[in-house]
Design a protein around this ligand. Structure first.
Ligand code: SF4
Length: 358
């Protein structure tokens, strides 16, 4: 059986060994508490739409299925009708805004597309590393660059700077070099943030969702709608404006539109750091495999010793609580009876491997 490892299960292990066990190893499958997690499905849907854009699909053909997928995802997550419409306006707005304000400049700098969301599978001692870079492109000098998209609730300088130190960015580039590019080096990586705005009193605050209007007095003056907040003016949803969100984005001042995206400086790949990371990972993954063998051999109490709870990340206040909170803090004997379901792998290689096992 192939032992697959990716960014998310590595980060789960760093956050809390018990989270790694519950989310990825429980019963050989791992658990998820919320298959209709809107944050996750939103990010996946927008990534899929950006991939379609890179593959040359015209935007009207991307927007309709994206809007339908987002509406359904929001509905399944329990959003009310306004929440569903906000989700659609935000997702389609981010795509259309990207197409208008960011994509032409990217294509200018990187005229050749090398690969769009390729599945990268790199067999290593003790484990197989999986990654899926969003986009691999060539610049005008012929060098390969790796572009990563992130939907984000902040575009502050700290957030942008943090990507230089994200080992996932460096490891993905190295994995692509080895498993996909016949050893051709990746010159660097760029992370592009797509700003989702914030949520206040349950409502999304984003220029893609709302403008501000001042009612006119017919027939003397018309209703005026602007993009920026004006005291006393009422909030107007972009989907209610003539032409809907598409028109709203098409007419948005370009400077304001560009502010909805953030780009990291070029991140140059630290190959020696990735080598050390992979050695450390191999050691830890071998340990996890041994720990699971011990648990399967009938030592369930070994979980306490081998996958200890790191209580520092259960409920941090500024972020969603850990999805396993109720298991650790409640009385859950059988998570599958209590609402958790088996995790569905997001990488094709693991998915195929799991189906072969079944
Ligand atoms: S609730 Fe806390 S201890 Fe339990 S898995 Fe999550 S982070 Fe770890």
């Amino acid at each position: 059986m192939t032992w697959f490892v990716d960014r998310s299960r590595t980060e789960a292990d760093w956050t809390c060994p018990r989270l790694r066990y519950l989310a990825y190893e429980y019963d050989g499958r791992g658990l998820t508490s919320n298959p209709s997690n809107l944050k996750l499905t939103f990010g996946l849907a927008v990534h899929e739409a950006l991939a379609a854009l890179a593959r040359g699909v015209p935007t009207p053909e991307i927007v309709a299925p994206l809007a339908a997928a987002l509406h359904q995802a929001a509905e399944e997550a329990g959003a009310d009708e306004i929440g569903c419409r906000e989700t659609v306006a935000l997702g389609t707005g981010l795509l259309l805004g990207f197409h208008r304000a960011i994509w032409p400049g990217l294509r200018e700098r990187f005229p050749a597309i090398v690969a769009v969301e390729p599945e990268v599978v790199l067999p290593l001692p003790h484990f197989t590393w999986m990654a899926r870079p969003d986009l691999l492109v060539r610049d005008r000098q012929g060098d390969i660059w790796y572009i990563e998209y992130k939907t984000t609730s902040t575009t502050k300088a700290h957030w942008i700077a943090s990507w230089t130190y994200a080992i996932q960015v460096h490891a993905t580039a190295v994995a692509a070099e080895r498993a996909l590019l016949d050893g051709e080096p990746v010159a660097g990586a760029i992370v592009i943030g797509l700003y989702k705005g914030s949520v206040r009193q349950g409502r999304r605050q984003s220029v893609f969702c709302y403008g501000y209007g001042e009612s006119g007095i017919a027939p003397f003056t018309e209703t005026r709608i602007v993009y920026d907040y004006r005291p006393g003016w009422r909030k107007i949803p972009s989907w209610e404006i003539d032409g809907g969100t598409s028109q709203w984005v098409a007419q948005m001042p370009i400077g304001l539109l560009q502010q909805q995206y953030a780009e990291s400086p070029p991140i140059f790949i630290k190959r020696d750091l990735v080598e050390r990371f992979l050695v450390q990972r191999a050691q830890r993954e071998a340990e996890i495999q041994l720990n699971l063998d011990a648990i399967q051999a009938g030592m369930p109490e070994a979980i306490e010793r081998l996958f200890p709870q790191s209580f520092s990340s259960c409920y941090r206040g500024w972020d969603d609580p850990c999805p396993m909170l109720r298991i650790c803090f409640g009385q859950v004997d059988d998570p599958l009876e209590a609402g958790w379901v088996y995790r569905d792998p997001h990488h094709a290689a693991e998915h195929v491997d799991q189906q072969t096992q079944e």
